[in-house]
Design a protein around this ligand. Structure first.
Ligand code: FES
Length: 102
């Protein structure tokens, strides 16, 4: 069964920005894209644990701030030629409120 937690409003995250949610499973980066989609990934790059929440968001991709790997926000997978997965979490938006499943 999913355990949905309420983590705030979409409008509280700047477009192309992210916020970090601290959980018992570690930090989770919640991203807002230009088209107001919301995605959640483990806040650790699959390369060398760079903080993806501080990366550059473009389209449905975040570029890691450390060595510029591109991570797909929908899957958490690194874009080729790089390989690895940041681990993604389910999110849903209801009435402008974001819920995260952990
Ligand atoms: S730690 Fe993210 S690209 Fe190296």
């Amino acid at each position: 069964m999913s355990n949905w937690i309420e983590i705030g409003k979409v409008e509280e995250i700047p477009k192309l920005g992210a916020r970090v949610v601290e959980t018992a499973k570690g930090d989770i980066a919640v991203f807002r894209t230009a088209d107001d989609s919301v995605f959640a990934l483990r806040d650790r790059c699959p390369h060398k644990d760079g903080p993806l929440s501080q990366g550059i968001v473009h389209g449905h991709v975040v570029t890691c701030p450390l060595h510029n790997w591109n991570i797909d926000l929908e899957s958490g997978e690194a874009k080729a030629p790089d390989e690895g997965c940041a681990g993604r979490y389910e999110v849903k938006v209801e009435g402008g409120q974001i819920f995260l499943s952990i």
